[in-house]
Write a protein that binds this ligand. Structure first.
Ligand SMILES: [Fe+2]
Ligand SMILES: [Fe+2]
Length: 533
């Protein structure tokens, strides 16, 4: 490659820099030849001005340069301009930069006016050439910008993608020598990997065909992805200095940030509340090994639901944190974290910081869980009596059959219920249904199923209870009901009781219980008929 002449890198875009022999820090200057609205990009230092001018003259005359882009104010970009400005013939000319750079450049006392990209919608129309500017703050100056030529999709990246290397490649190569130079430059020049990542993302959004940095090598399309992925994983600046210290505040903050990011992913992608709580536990445990247990109490229609992760090993807890979980101004639960030993002030500060970050996420996912439980309950509950409904009963029996569980079943029907409704009205009828439901529910375990089958019919499924025992139980309830007033009335019921047999299906066991009930009705009501002796 002949570096003594301008090199055309894209249509009417030329490299007009100078390769300094044995200098690991090469600086590039570019010219967009565009008639009387030509654009000079990062003109460079006094050190190379003569060679740069020589190349410009091979392409155009100085009077045609209307715009001089300065991506930031470093001497390797602007050092020559005091001289260059004097060489420019009179004419309309602008320094194109960001306002933060301008406030520094003004101290050179140049005469050339500024064109501020931030005040011009980040665009410059130079004749038929449209340039766009990309804001890459802190990479490596607060007002740092890059330039994108829309026509050729060439991106002038200033210091980003720069390199310090003993080997000079004009175009980037997929070799460790090249990557090493780029990484070495960025490690020390970019303040942090997050700042660099942001800048890289902004640049990638333009989908450039060619990247023309101010230092190092030009990057053709097929190499861009490779360099970017190396740079995105690079620890830079502050992170590089601090990462070596295991217990530095910054290191802790990085860890915490990564942990919170992971947690948010879990919350957003709809995992169960239990999984979210486990993730919180794992994250906190890394930071606070003395933590023993996290519990969350959720309020659901007057009931309290407990979620917990971890084990209580010590009897007394020297430290615990209690926080309300609030959703849209309403307290929906409580978070409780227990530690086996006292935390120091710094740990408390970090814990407080973490909890303040995760409390909202926890509240939202708790709300989601409670809503789900509420809906599930609603779908399986009879609204009048609060007992399980027929759908739930059927799936409950199906599950028992699948799991080979023994059970007995009672079909219960209120006697002459229609006449109660007709004589005393539906409100009294409803009152009787509710009272009987409460009596039935209180006589059975939570592992059994007491359901309203429909109308005035109820079904009790008693798990691991033989038919004889269930029969006795139902009969004693029958006696209790018939001997007292319910909603001011004398009420009786009839029932049929049977137990599940090996050859039974869901239908056959229900039909048998129902036919026993029918017999009870036929034989005069207010009785329980059982088929199990
Ligand atoms: Fe710089
Ligand atoms: Fe530079």
């Amino acid at each position: 490659m002949d570096f003594s002449k301008p090199i055309e890198i894209a249509d009417e875009i030329f490299w007009v820099g100078h390769v300094i022999p044995d200098d690991p820090f090469q600086c590039h200057v570019y010219l967009i030849r565009n008639g009387q609205e030509s654009v000079l990009i990062d003109p460079g230092s006094e050190k190379v001005l003569a060679e740069v001018l020589d190349k410009i003259f091979q392409l155009t005359s100085l009077k045609n340069i209307k715009y001089v882009v300065m991506h930031h104010q470093d001497p390797d970009i602007t050092g020559c301009f005091s001289t260059l400005e004097k060489l420019f013939p009179a004419g309309e000319r602008y320094i194109v930069t960001h306002w933060r750079t301008k406030v520094l450049l003004e101290h050179y006392n140049w005469k050339t006016p500024f064109y501020l990209v931030d005040a011009n919608n980040w665009k410059l129309q130079a004749g038929d050439r449209e340039l766009e500017f990309i804001f890459t703050p802190y990479a490596h100056f607060p007002g740092a910008i890059c330039t994108f030529d829309k026509k050729t999709k060439t991106l002038f990246s200033s210091d980003i993608f720069g390199s310090i290397s003993n080997k000079f490649f004009f175009f980037a190569e997929d070799s460790e020598d090249y990557y090493k130079g780029v990484e070495f430059f960025h490690k020390h020049y970019m303040p942090s990997k997050y700042i660099l990542r942001y800048a890289l993302d902004q640049i990638l959004e333009k989908d450039p065909e060619l990247i023309a940095p101010q230092h190092g090598s030009l990057i053709k399309k097929d190499m861009i992805e490779k360099v970017v992925s190396r740079l995105k994983n690079l620890n830079c600046g502050l992170y590089l200095l601090e990462a070596a210290k295991e217990n530095s505040d910054l290191n802790k903050l990085i860890k915490i940030e990564e942990w919170i990011k992971r947690l948010f992913d879990i919350v957003i992608f709809g995992s169960s509340f239990e999984n979210i709580l486990k993730a919180v536990y794992r994250g906190l445990k890394e930071e606070f090994p003395e933590m023993e247990k996290i519990t969350v109490l959720g309020y659901c229609d007057g009931q309290e639901l407990l979620f917990s992760v971890g084990m209580e090993r010590s009897k007394s807890h020297s430290f615990k944190v209690e926080e309300d979980l609030v959703y849209k101004g309403t307290k929906i639960g409580e978070l409780n974290i227990q530690f086996r030993s006292e935390l120091n002030d710094e740990q408390k500060y970090i814990l407080h910081l973490l909890i303040s970050q995760i409390r909202n996420a926890l509240s939202v996912s708790l709300k989601r869980e409670l809503d789900f439980i509420r809906l599930e309950k609603k779908a399986e509950t009879d609204p009048l009596t609060g007992l399980y409904n027929k759908e739930y009963l059927l799936s409950f029996i199906r599950q028992l059959i699948t799991r080979n569980k023994d059970f007995s079943i009672a079909f219960i029907d209120l006697d002459r219920f229609k006449s109660i409704n007709d004589t005393y009205g539906h409100l009294t009828g409803d009152c009787v249904l509710k009272e009987l439901s409460t009596i039935l529910k209180n006589k059975f375990r939570s592992s059994d199923c007491v359901a309203r089958f429909g109308g005035e019919e109820f079904v009790v499924v008693a798990v691991d209870m033989d038919g004889k025992l269930l029969c006795q139980k139902i009969d004693s309830i029958r006696q209790e009901v018939s001997s007292k007033e319910i909603c001011g009335l004398n009420v009786t019921f009839s029932a049929g009781v049977t137990s599940f047999r090996i050859e039974d299906t869901l239908d056959s066991v229900l039909e048998r219980a129902d036919s026993l009930l029918y017999r009870a009705k036929q034989e005069g009501r207010n009785r329980v008929i059982c088929d199990s002796g």
